[in-house]
Design a protein around this ligand. Structure first.
Ligand code: SF4
Length: 158
């Protein structure tokens, strides 16, 4: 799994492109999510997301995916779960202070972001992780947020 995770970072540009194609599909499926109900869709979509992202990124299903801003390196693989890194303990060889045999997740994030078109997003400060979202689908969250913002535009008084 670790080698696949490193592969994902090396191919961050390609995966960014795939995500850019995938995101509108999930958003445009809003009528389906609405008719099935987000809670019911969660079971199937969440499972699919978990399987694919565990394989590619060692995803921990935090429910608030930031891969697109972190060079396709999942910050939840940082032993300190830092959403903004690296910490001061990163070794001179770029490895983690807690797991010396592992490359620092944030060094990887920087490398991956340099390959991406929107790599500057790594400069954006991420909010602390909301543990209440753990285990939920980030894909559906993106669709739900898009739906809410469309409704907001339609009903600006809300
Ligand atoms: S940021 Fe969260 S959802 Fe994205 S890959 Fe990491 S654990 Fe999974």
């Amino acid at each position: 799994m670790y080698s696949i995770r490193l592969w994902a970072v090396r191919h961050a540009r390609f995966l960014e492109h795939v995500y850019r194609l995938f995101e509108p599909v999930v958003v445009n499926l809003q009528p389906l999510w609405n008719s099935v109900g987000y809670q019911r869709a969660e079971k199937t979509v969440g499972k699919l997301e978990k399987i694919s992202k565990e394989l590619l990124f060692d995803c921990k299903m935090c429910g608030q995916c930031v891969l697109i801003s972190t060079g396709m390196s999942c910050p939840m693989n940082c032993p300190k779960s830092l959403r903004n890194g690296p910490c001061g303990g990163v070794r001179t060889n770029g490895n983690c202070e807690v797991y010396p045999e592992m490359r620092c997740v944030w060094v990887e994030a920087w490398d991956g972001s340099q390959k991406m078109k929107d790599g500057d997003k790594i400069q954006v400060v991420q909010l602390p992780v909301d543990h209440r979202q753990k285990g939920t689908s980030s894909w559906l969250r993106v669709a739900r947020n898009a739906s809410n913002s469309t409704q907001g535009h339609k009903n600006p008084s809300r």
